[in-house]
Every structure is written in C-alpha cells, then in structure tokens.
Design a protein around this ligand. Sequence first.
Ligand code: GLC
Length: 411
Amino acid sequence: MTHLNETARDILRKNDRGGYTVPTDGLYPYQWNWDSVFAAWGFATFDNDRAWTEVETLFSGQWDDGMVPHIIFHQSDPGYFPGPDVWGTNKTPQTSGISQPPVAATMVRKIYEMDPEAGRARLAALYPRMVAWHRWWHDVRCAPGPACITHPWESGRDNCPDWDVGMANVDGSNVGPYQRRDTGHVDASMRPGKEDYDRYIAILQFGKACGWNHAEIMANGPFLMADPGITFILLRAHRDLIALGQELGEDVSEITGWADALEAAVPSIWNPDLGAYDARDIRTGTWANNLSSAAYLFLYAGIENPDMDAQMQRTWDAVTYGIPSSDPEAAHFDPRRYWRGPMWPVVNSLIALGLKDSGRDADEARLRRETATLIEKSGFYEYFDPVDGTPCGGSNFTWTAAIWLTWAGRD
Ligand code: GLC
C-alpha cells in the first residue's frame, strides 16, 4: 500500500508538465479537461497548492462564451492527432472545439474542503469561471433538456455503444487522408476502428467549417445525442457549485434554476424498453439501447431508482472486477476495446461517490476492493478487462494514480 501510494504520487509528478498534468506520457501529450480535475483531486492528497494550480491552468483555456474545452494544447506535440491545426479554433492557448464532462466543480469542492483556509481566495477567483461554464452547459448543450453532446469525444466515453446510433448517421467518407497517432502508442485492437475515426474527423470538420459556432452545431451538426453521463455529472456539479457559492456568500438562485431544470429532464433519458437510463439521438429520437456505466451515475447525481439498482447488481455480478463500461450481457460487449466493455477505474470512482453518499457502504467497499485489486496486480493502467483483469491502454495513467490516492487505495 505505502509503496503504491509513493508510485501514484510519482506518476502525478512525472506527468506534470508545469502547471498541468498530461493523462499519460506519449499517447495523450496535452491537458485534457476531466483528466485534469481528477489529477487535481489526487494532488490535493499531498500538495493542495498544486491541486489548485491544475484547475486554474485548465480554466486558462476557457472560451469567452464560457466553454472549457476538452483539450488545451499548451505546447505542440507531433505525436498526437488531431492536433491544434486540425481543430483550427484560433484560441490562445490553442484548444479543441468541444468540451468534456464537467466534474470540475465537484472536485474543486473536495479540494477546497480538504483545506478551506488555503483555498478560499483561489475558490473565489475560480467561482465565476465555473459559473460561466455551467451557464454554457445550461444555455447551449442542455437546450433540448438533458445534457447533450455534439461529438462522442465530448462525452469522455469516446467509442461507447451509446453513440452507435448517432454515429451511423455521420458520413465519414469525405474526410480526406490523415494519419492516426494513437495506434502507434497502443495496440489497435484496443482502440476505436477506422470507420469510427473517419466519422470523428467528419464531425470535427463540420465544427471547424462553421467557425465553431455552437448554435449552428446544435442546430445542424452531424451528431447530437443526449448523454446520461454528462446529465448526471452536471447535475451533481450544479449542486456542488451551489454549495461553493453559498460558502462564498454568493446568490446561487441562477444555478439552482439550472439544477432544477436538469433534474426535471432526467425522465427524458429513461428508456422504458431497456429499463434503464440511456443515450438518445436528439435528431431522430432513437434510443441507443445500451446500458453503460454512465447510467450508474444516477446515485452520484442524488437520484434513487430501484430498477437501476437491480441493473447495476446484474451487470456487476456478471464480471469479476468492478462495473464495466458497457453491459457484459449485451451482444456488442467487447471487454478490451476502450469504452465498449472495459472497466475504467476513474468512472468507478465516481460511481463509488454515489454509493457512499447514498449510504450503500457495503457496495462502495466492494467496488473499492475490486478496483484496488486490479491496480495492485498490474499497476496504474488506463483501463482493465473486467472479466480476467488484463491491464489495457496506456500505463502510468494520471487519473488512475489520482483515484488510487483519493479512493481506491484507502482502507
Ligand atoms: C480518451 C478518453 C477520454 C480521456 C482522454 C485522455 O479520449 O476516452 O475520456 O479524457 O482519453 O485520457
């Protein structure tokens, strides 16, 4: 344990590029939005000051309209595709043109509560920026009700079967030649396929062609789906932001309105045939018909639902290690291909927060034990095969190290 704590801290330090942390060396050489706030949470266990810096650096990439992009390209790296030129957002610092799951307010609350005195001034400075980001989510991405994504990468769960129905309507045949870099770092069998990649690029090219005009992308973009993951993450984050605002003596009524509106939209992502929260194509109304781990964030969002409890136990019991990213009893389950089945420690850490907060202590302890076993056996990998525990993707991964320090490695 002690030895692994030291290794985890070392990973954070080694992935530190000066004010921000890369997800892993090589495969992901920039600052990623939600990875970064997990890194901050991890740093907070031994260096509270560095934790705040991480989040501040992330928000240095915030757009004028409030969006916090999914990647900030602080310095160029030819080992990654698609880089800043491909996105063409013309921002300083350079960024991608989409966002990522808004876990920041939740993690900032944790970091603040670990040392309120040291964090107060920094919280006060960050607060309006976080409010602006949440306002962007409410005004732009939640316009249809639930939180929607305009690119699978925005969900943070890139190639999850959740997005298959939306991706089927994207034409990837005219994207022109390009050179992927990801498959030079890790085994191609663990990564999204070529057809998927062509479509990812086609959606990106639409955004670039319209100058990253959000209204145009929401109205006419090639992909628009309701995401249960971001819906639950944002709902939780709204509430954490309210708590932070109250701590600062701010008027939080606007945020309360956003939280109420989002909570009222949660029934719209309930798929009665699947008997679960589900992703849905906004343009066609088609359900994804996929039970993903994002649906189990209902407790994290403070929602009780006995049907979801039963679904969670079923999918959890069908594998050996943790809660898989996609239903292990569904035909498309693929235990090593990224978000199509593998167990992601980082998502499990969020599910665990929901289990804990809702008083499901035994389940929380089980999830922690199963996650810890994987890391103890193989190290701090990006994700794992939930059936036999094979480590997958990148090694020495920042957010896996971070959630070890904050959660999985704790007795
Ligand atoms: C992949 C993941 C995404 C993550 C990024 C960096 O794109 O799907 O969630 O943020 O890698 O780790």
